[in-house]
Every structure is written in structure tokens, then in C-alpha cells.
Design a protein around this ligand. Structure first.
Ligand code: NAP
Length: 267
């Protein structure tokens, strides 16, 4: 079997967990890979991209290049087309895919978070918020989306349908609240995007952030006795789905779940 040359590219991927996760999955599945982190300053992205495409078999794409990669590809498939964002590239065919939404949905399933017929509040209408809102709506949930700039939330609701944009955030009952903003990480560690009162009215709090492991948002929810889920499984499962794409293998949900359990035992 050929060793695939893979990487994660983004503006600053120096702390990315992707190499660790991909190497773990590859070892367990008997896949041969090399996987590096490639940080690219924004002013170098356009010039360096062709060299990367020629030098790698595939790569993952993260902030802020999930959209700007698209003009360099021959086609984008499935969710990448729906979301207009790419997180996985097969360089040979210059094809783009997006596995974030699938990773999110598998995380909910594994954690026993129901979707069909439930009411969700999605905080944030950036790349992740858009994907999550669309996936939940497709899964039969009633979805409300809130963003600090209303226009962005409205654009998601207009584009996808089945999603309602909120102009203001009122304390109202939701089955689950998803934090898809960056609030709670980096310079906002210790800050929650919503307060106790709103969290007290939900059953489940999901944060896409996993560094810190317990964000302020999850800390408040856990203190109120709510079910909490952080974003690490989403990261793991999107990597699993990406690796299936790199090796042309069908995804197997049970295999993905077993691998995550083994990964947790190892770290
Ligand atoms: P993005 O496209 O840059 O969107 C960021 C969102 O956060 C926007 O809605 C933005 O609001 C909001 N935001 C950021 N700082 C804010 C602040 N101080 N106050 C209010 N709103 C603020 O980023 P993204 O790709 O969607 O990622 C969002 C989060 O999800 C990040 O924490 C990222 O790490 C996480 N994520 C996790 C996974 C995983 O696998 N676990 C995958 C993807 C993303 P505006 O529109 O008003 O700027």
C-alpha cells in the first residue's frame, strides 16, 4: 500500500490535533500515511497552493481557507457544495469535500442527543453554525439561529429554509443549545455566549469548542445539571470521514465509534 502524504492547512495550525487523530486512525485501520501541519499566512495562500496540491495526496483545510480553497478545485461534492465550504481535499482530482457536518451529527448520535422533532438554538452563523443548522434541520429538528450580526443569521435562514433567524435572544425553552461561536476559546476563555437563565431552560448544551475541554458555557450548564458535550468528538469523526475519503473507503459508524473510544483510552 502506498503511503499517502497528508496535511492540515490553515493560518495557524501549530496546535492542531489533526496529526494525532489522523495518525491514530491510520494505525488502527492499517492505512499508511504521513501527516504534517502546514501554517500559511494569508498573503501567501494563493502563491503556495499549487505547490501544496502537487506535493500532497490530500489535505484538510481549516480557518480561514475553507472558502478560499474552492476556486482552486475542479469540483466540490456533497456537503461541501451545500455549505459552500471545504475541509477535505483530494489533490489528484482536485475535489473538495466537507465532513464537519457529518462529524457533528455522529457526535450527537453517540452522545444520545436526539434531533428529530426537537428544538435547537444554534449560536453563531459562521462556517460551523451554518453547517450545524442545516444538518439539524435536515435531521428533522426545529432550528433557531442567532448571531451577533443578524444579517448573517438571516442569510442562513434564507438560504437553507427550515431555519429561523432570531433578531434578539430571549430566555425561551429549547431542547438543546449549540455554541458555534468562537466565544469561550483563545482570548474569550472564561466567557459564555449566553447566561444561566437561558441555559437553565434547556436540556442539553453542546459546545463545538474543545480547548478548553470545559468551556464557561459548558461549566454553567453542567452546574445546572444539564447534559453537556464538547467538540472533540466532532473533530475526531470529521477526521475519520476525511480519512475514508483519502483511502476511498466507505464510512462505518460502528468502526468510527469504536475508534473514538480507543482514542479516548489512549490519551
Ligand atoms: P467563523 O466562521 O469565524 O464564525 C465565528 C462565529 O463566532 C461567528 O458567528 C461570529 O459572529 C461569532 N463570534 C466570534 N467571536 C465573537 C464574539 N466575541 N462575540 C460574538 N460573536 C462572536 O468560525 P467557525 O469555523 O464557524 O467556528 C466557530 C467555532 O466552532 C470555533 O470555536 C471553532 O473552533 C469551532 N469549530 C469546531 C469544530 C470541531 O470539529 N469541533 C469544527 C468547526 C468549528 P460574527 O458573525 O458576528 O462575527
Amino acid at each position: 500500500m502506498k503511503t499517502l502524504k497528508l496535511a492540515v492547512i490553515g493560518k495557524d495550525v501549530s496546535k492542531s490535533e489533526s496529526p494525532k487523530i489522523h495518525n491514530f486512525i491510520a494505525e488502527k485501520l492499517g492505512n499508511k500515511i504521513s501527516y504534517e501541519r502546514i501554517s500559511i499566512p494569508e498573503n501567501e495562500f494563493e502563491n503556495r497552493l499549487d505547490n501544496l496540491i502537487n506535493g500532497l495526496d490530500g489535505f484538510n483545510v481549516t480557518i480561514p481557507y475553507k472558502l478560499s480553497i474552492i476556486p482552486h478545485l475542479n469540483s466540490i461534492e456533497g456537503d461541501a457544495q451545500t455549505f459552500g465550504a471545504v475541509n477535505t481535499v483530494l489533490t489528484g482530482e482536485r475535489k473538495g469535500y466537507n465532513t464537519d457536518g457529518m462529524g457533528f451529527m455522529l457526535m450527537l448520535e453517540v452522545e444520545g442527543v436526539e434531533v428529530k422533532g426537537k428544538t435547537f438554538l444554534v449560536l453563531g452563523a459562521g462556517g460551523a453554525g451554518r453547517s450545524v443548522a442545516k444538518k439539524l434541520s435536515d435531521g428533522g429538528a426545529e432550528v433557531f439561529i442567532y448571531n451577533r450580526s443578524y444579517a448573517k443569521a438571516k442569510a442562513v435562514a434564507d438560504e437553507f429554509g427550515g431555519v429561523t433567524a432570531l433578531q434578539t435572544l430571549e430566555n425561551k425553552t429549547y431542547y438543546a443549545i449549540i455554541n458555534a461561536t468562537g466565544i469561550g476559546m483563545h482570548e474569550t476563555v472564561g466567557v459564555s455566549p449566553v447566561g444561566r437563565e437561558l441555559l437553565s431552560m434547556c436540556e442539553v448544551a453542546v459546545d463545538l469548542i474543545y480547548v478548553p475541554w470545559v468551556s464557561k458555557f459548558l461549566e454553567i450548564a453542567a452546574g445546572l445539571g444539564k447534559k453537556t458535550v464538547n467538540g472533540e468528538q466532532m473533530l475526531f469523526y470529521q477526521a475519520y470521514y476525511s480519512q475514508c475519503i483519502y483511502f476511498g473507503k466507505s464510512a462505518d459508524l460502528n468502526e468510527a465509534k469504536t475508534l473514538y473510544t480507543q482514542y479516548q483510552e489512549k490519551i
